[in-house]
Design a protein around this ligand. Structure first.
Ligand code: ATP
Ligand code: MG
Length: 524
């Protein structure tokens, strides 16, 4: 604060008129002529804050009577004003309303206070803002009260700190059967069963709520008509700003419905579990049946395989017999015929030229016949397979293929003899034969390569051609007889058959057959 300001503030010449005019409280000084006739009181002084109330500027108001203004005209106000003057104590004249330009209605709290002589002072305090806050609070409380009262599914009521009921709602009436006027002032233990009261439960609940803030309880309660219901109760302690206990709020629900629903749910659950267990048992049975069927099928398949293997063995034996018969019997007869024809030819006179021609042609036919018999018997069962073994038989077969088709067939075979038993070497040989037949008939190959690799415990045959290729897995799925026959042959002796092919990339057939090298045991 500067010196000048301090001086100004301590200057004894206080501008009273200015203070009165600027003070934010309305001030009117009245001069009374007759205390029984307040309307005749004249305005001696009025400040700006009071003019909003009166509705005219101060200069024009001075000298006017209250009757002229029409304000404070109510008889009770006049009575109070007179009282104030008589007793010499200020009096509250209540709330009055004026209008202001911008804000609309303005509320004033008006007080009168007697001055010396026949003067009376009146103050007007603008309480519009306070009134509006008060109104809002009141409205909010009213809305909340209506809401609580209107709730029908819950009993909501208040109790004083000792448990006596002080408010009641519609839900409480519905749930417990008491009307508001019947129950107000009663102790809340009327809702408890006699045994529960004996145990001191109501007091215990209140105590618990008071100490913990709230308390929840599920249990039986009694209605006005004595009937019971299963309730869920929540009691909340109500405390003021200073923490003093003012009472309790109590919310009660009839949870019988919920219990019924839970029980129904539980029942459904039980049934469901039972069904599930039954299903599981049924499934187990079906599973067992399926398993039995599968093993039955597996057994049948094994039987079929054994049968097929036996048939194959018999067929192979038959082929061997026929081949031998052809070779031995037919071969010898042909040779005898050949020798006889040669003998006759030699002895025919020169001049018998037509006869000689015939016999020479017969000789040529017989030699063709001998060739055919050898070839057919070899094809039925190459004697090499039995006499010289798999490697020699395969070499012979490759030669045959090459000379018949003109397609070079390279065979890479192990140096040592593959000492396989007859069943295995026959299987490998037949697969090789069938593969070459397929190449000759379908592949349009320009070269073929066959390899036999001997491993520790298996023998592997791989035949590759550079022909047109085909969709092999599709052919197997369709059940092509030749391919399936090869696969079956391999399976019969515990082997594995694979064919991979792609259009334009040739075809590779591979067969892996397990076996033990001779001398290491069974010689299989
Ligand atoms: N090396 C190959 N190159 C191209 N196509 C092949 C070859 N091998 C087989 N195929 C195709 O696969 C099909 C099935 O062969 P598979 O040996 O099963 O029957 P097939 O030779 O037609 O008749 P079958 O062998 O009973 O006399 C053949 O028709 C052919 O189209
Ligand atoms: Mg075939």
């Amino acid at each position: 604060m500067t010196d000048r300001e301090v001086r100004q503030r301590t200057d004894p010449a206080v501008p009273h008129a200015e203070v009165i005019d600027k003070i934010p409280v309305g001030l009117i000084v009245l001069q009374m002529s007759n205390f029984d006739h307040l309307g005749a009181a004249r305005i001696l002084e009025i400040n700006t804050a009071a003019t909003n109330f009166v509705g005219a500027p101060p200069p024009g108001l001075r000298g006017k009577t209250l009757a002229e203004l029409g304000k404070f005209a109510k008889p009770e106000v006049l009575e109070q004003g007179r009282e104030a003057f008589k007793t010499g104590v200020s009096v509250d004249l209540g709330e009055f309303y004026g209008r202001s330009e911008g804000t609309g209605s303005v509320a004033y709290s008006v007080r009168a206070f007697p001055l010396s002589g026949n003067f009376v002072g009146v103050t007007l305090e603008d309480i519009t803002a306070r009134k509006s806050v008060e109104r809002e609070v009141q409205e909010g409380e009213e809305r909340f009260r209506l809401l609580v009262r209107g709730v029908k599914d819950y009993a909501i009521f208040m109790m004083d700190p000792n448990g006596y009921i002080v408010s009641w709602n519609e839900g409480a009436e519905r749930l417990k059967g008491y009307r508001e006027e019947e129950i107000l002032g009663k102790h809340f233990s009327v809702f408890h069963l006699p045994e529960s009261i004996q145990e001191g439960k109501p007091e215990a609940i209140l105590k618990e709520a008071a100490s913990s803030g709230s308390c929840e309880d599920d249990g039986w309660r009694v209605r006005r008509d004595g009937s019971r219901f299963w309730a869920n109760v929540v009691i909340t302690a109500l405390r003021d700003d200073k923490g003093n206990l003012c009472g309790f709020a109590k919310v009660t629900r009839d949870v019988a419905e919920r219990r019924k629903r839970e029980e129904a749910l539980w029942e459904v659950n039980e049934k469901l579990e039972l069904r599930l267990k039954q299903r599981a048992v049924e499934l187990l049975k079906v599973n067992e049946k399926l398993r039995a069927e599968v093993s039955e099928r597996e057994r049948a398949q094994e039987q079929y395989r054994a049968l097929a293997a036996r048939q194959e063995k018999v067929r192979e034996q038959e082929r061997t017999n026929v081949a031998r018969e052809m070779h031995d019997e037919l071969g010898q007869l042909c040779t005898a015929l050949n020798m006889d024809l040669a003998w006759i030819t030699q002895r025919l006179p020169q001049e018998q030229s037509r006869l000689r021609e015939r016999t020479e042609s017969a000789l040529a036919l017989v030699s063709n016949l001998i060739q055919s018999v050898r070839r057919i018997s070899a094809e039925l069962r190459p004697s090499t397979l039995d006499s010289l073994g798999l490697v020699a038989a395969m070499e012979w077969q490759a030669q045959e293929f090459q000379s018949r088709t003109g397609i070079p067939c390279q065979v890479v075979l192990p140096e040592q003899e593959v000492a396989l038993d007859q069943e295995r070497s026959t299987a490998i040989f037949r697969i090789f034969q069938e593969t070459l037949t397929n190449i000759a008939r379908h592949a349009q190959a320009t070269s073929v390569q066959a390899t036999v690799v001997l491993a520790e415990e298996s023998v592997l045959l791989v035949v590759h051609d550079d022909g047109k290729g085909f969709d092999a897995s599709n052919a197997i799925r369709r059940g092509s007889p030749g391919l399936l026959g090869m696969q079956e042959r391999a399976h019969m002796i515990g082997g594995e058959f694979k064919i991979s092919s792609a259009a334009g990339n040739g075809t590779t057939v591979s067969v892996q057959i397990p076996f033990r090298v001779m001398g290491k045991g069974q010689g299989r």
